[in-house]
Structure formats: C-alpha cells, structure tokens
Design a protein around this ligand. Structure first.
Ligand SMILES: C[S@@+](CC[C@H](N)C(=O)[O-])C[C@H]1O[C@@H](n2cnc3c(N)ncnc32)[C@H](O)[C@@H]1O
Length: 277
C-alpha cells in the first residue's frame, strides 16, 4: 500500500506502515526473538500475567506475549497506526485469542487504558516519540507496584556500519538519524532512559547491550541490509534524497554483499529492565 492509498485515518510515522515495512518488522522480530524471550523470562513474565505492549506495530511481539501469558493472562497492545491495529486485530481474531486486546492509541496523546498490569514491553518506540519522559510516566501509571518494564532501544545508532567502511552506507546512517530527529524522535534515546526511568519512579533491575556482527550470506545480514532496502524508497518518498543518491547507495550495498571480507555491525541496542517502585 502506498502513502496515497492509505485510509485517511492512517497515522503513520517516519518509517511508514507499508507492506514492505510490515515484512521487515516480521523478519526483525524473528531475528531478535531469542534475546527478547530471554529478557521477558528473566524479568519474570509468565503464565497468567497481564502485560502491556506499548507501540506494538503489527504485533509480532504481542502474539508471542499472548502465548507466554496464556489464556488466563492478558495482553493489551497499543498502537497509533490504524493499519497496524487492523492487521493485528485480524490476526488475533483468526487465532481466537480472546485474552489479547488491541487498541488504536497514541501514547503521546491518550492515557493508557489499563492499570495494575504485571509487566510492560516497549521496543523501538521511545526513539520515535517526541516526549519519552511522558511515555515512561504513562507506562509507570499502568503497572502495579513491583510490575516490570522491559525496553529495547538504540543506545548508539552510529555503530550501524559496514567493515570495511562504505561512505554511502555511512551517509545513509546519518540520514536515518537526521530523519528521525526531524520527525521529533531521538535514535540514541537509550542514553537518557535510565535517568528518565529513575525519575518516573522505577528502579533499574538490569541492563545489557545487544548488537550483532553479520556476514554476507548469513540470514541475519538481511537485517542491516534489508533496512537500507526498505528505508531508501521511503527517504526518496519523503524527498530527503534523490534517485542518483539512492542508486549509489544500493550499488555500494551490492558491492558489500559481494565482498567475502565484509562484516555488517548493527546499531547497538540497550536492554533495560526496570521495576515500578
Ligand atoms: C519500529 S516500530 C516497532 C514496533 C514494535 N514495537 C516492534 O518492536 O516490532 C515503531 C512503532 O511505534 C509506533 N508509534 C510511534 N509513535 C507512537 C505513538 N505516539 N503512540 C503509539 N505508537 C507509536 C509506530 O506506529 C510503530 O508501529
């Protein structure tokens, strides 16, 4: 679906909510699932719990959380994009998941329609909102005392680079960061999150960096490389780059892929687990 064909009510954001982005998010979730599940289990998320997925996207993590908490638990998925909400609601109905509640909601404008939750999951959302402190305060208000928040957010987006260095790929990473910042977000948002969490009434329980170094031919190569392929047309659509720039970038990516010595470093994520005091 192109931007022109979107329903009038669609509230997309800098990455867009088109089909290629949905596929990218699905692949991304599959890639990160083992680490995500590890974090959820270490945070004590399990059967019977009531959990929030804040900024759920098309809901790939929501569906895994639904399985983890089981039918006696509950998952509340909040998402701003109507298109993503519709996709997730369709999948929830298809699977007969009566314990999953999907709501169209803007975390910057709307109160969270739940309280006393046991846990919350929030990944790659704080980097796109214009007031991450408000996001953290709202999630705090939805949790019970002792409830946990698990976050995965970028702490150093500039580690996204190809070895040996590729100037167009470096320029792409800089352009991504500029586009998010101009849209009101902050790619390196995790640098400020520990202080925000503390200020909102959380106790930091654990933190760990998460990053990958991948080689051409490995399935995981398609995470850093695939983002270049999906976000380049979006940058063109947004008028941020021209076709010649895009061609030079994609040529350089193809050259990296053909280089048996290439290594792609991914943007560094910081995992944070915090408990509501
Ligand atoms: C990169 S996606 C991540 C989706 C999901 N958390 C995941 O990890 O697969 C970012 C999501 O945040 C959503 N989002 C951005 N700003 C939002 C806001 N103010 N309120 C609710 N959702 C928002 C976007 O619509 C998008 O679905």
């Amino acid at each position: 679906m192109t931007r022109m064909q979107q329903p009038a009510e669609e509230r997309d954001y800098v990455l867009g909510t088109h089909d290629a982005e949905v596929e990218r998010l699905a692949f991304q979730h599959d890639l990160w699932r083992p680490r995500v599940r590890e974090a959820w289990l270490a945070a004590g998320i399990g059967p019977g719990q009531r959990v929030l997925d804040a900024g759920a996207g098309p809901g790939f993590a929501t569906l895994d959380l639904a399985e983890l908490v089981g039918p006696l638990g509950q998952v509340v998925a909040l998402e701003r994009s109507r298109r993503y909400v519709n996709l997730l609601q369709g999948e929830v109905a298809r699977r007969g998941l009566h314990h999953v509640h999907v709501r169209e909601s803007d975390l910057m404008l709307d109160a969270i329609p739940a309280t006393g939750l046991d846990a919350a999951w929030c990944r790659w959302v704080a980097c796109f909102v214009n007031d991450p402190a408000l996001l953290v305060r709202r999630v705090h208000g939805a949790l019970r005392p002792g409830g946990v928040l698990v976050m995965h957010e970028y702490v150093d987006y500039g580690t996204y680079r190809c070895l040996p260095g590729r100037p167009m790929i470096d320029a792409f990473v800089q352009e991504v960061m500029r586009s998010w910042r101009q849209d009101g977000g902050e790619p390196d948002i995790a640098r400020g999150l520990p202080t925000l969490l503390h200020g909102a009434g959380f106790r930091l329980v654990s933190s760990r960096p998460l990053g990958l170094a991948v080689r051409p031919g490995e399935p995981a190569w398609n995470w850093p490389a695939g983002f270049i392929r999906t976000f380049t047309p979006r940058l063109l659509e947004l008028g941020r780059i021209d076709a010649a720039w895009a061609d030079r970038l994609l040529l350089e990516l193809a050259q990296a892929e053909a280089d048996p010595a290439a290594v792609f470093m991914t943007p560094l994520v910081l995992e944070l687990v915090a408990e509501r005091l």
